[in-house]
Design a protein around this ligand. Sequence first.
Ligand code: SF4
Ligand code: SF4
Length: 206
Amino acid sequence: MLNFLNKVGDYAKETVQAARYIGQGLSVTFDHMQRRPVTVQYPYEKLIPSERFRGRIHFEFDKCISCEVCVRVCPINLPVVDWEFNKESKKKQLKHYSIDFGVCIFCANCVEYCPTNCLSVTEEYELSTYDRHELNFDNVAMGRLPYKVTEDPAVTPLRELAYLPEGVMNPHEVPHTTRRAGLRPEEILQQMEQNLPEQKAEKTKA
Ligand code: SF4
Ligand code: SF4
């Protein structure tokens, strides 16, 4: 009889424990139900690149004076400036210009130092191809006007998705008290710093 009562007691304890675990799990679920999703439904939704994002480089053929400064400042001497000397005007005449974006590291040194500002960075980041050689853009491909997430009617542009509450697009509109999804980088750092002494103590014990 005692054995039976012990078994019933254990069973009751396990039932309470299981109910507690279910409750804990559901509390996490309910907590996340109040948050904005942190995923982007690409390609229907796209994040707006930040203001100083360095994407595909745009080139203006008519402004280029074939000085080759862009080649000299490039860490891998990547831009190809093909020119010939025009005897009549006694100036270099640009024939062809290209940058291989399969090799470029998007440091924007060339853009920074170009004396005529014929190079500029765009916010275009969709450069995937089936063949890496297709990323070798000539002056025609580089002269194409850049794609903008905010100007595409088929796309919902999103800004700083993970840190904004539902429906809010402009981070400046959000009051400090508003609940945000996920932790901010500085909060994650703070959390890591708080956990550091505990981890060190555990290591010393081990
Ligand atoms: S630095 Fe500018 S102007 Fe000079 S060759 Fe390069 S792109 Fe042309
Ligand atoms: S962005 Fe940097 S790596 Fe790419 S072509 Fe310009 S200087 Fe070279």
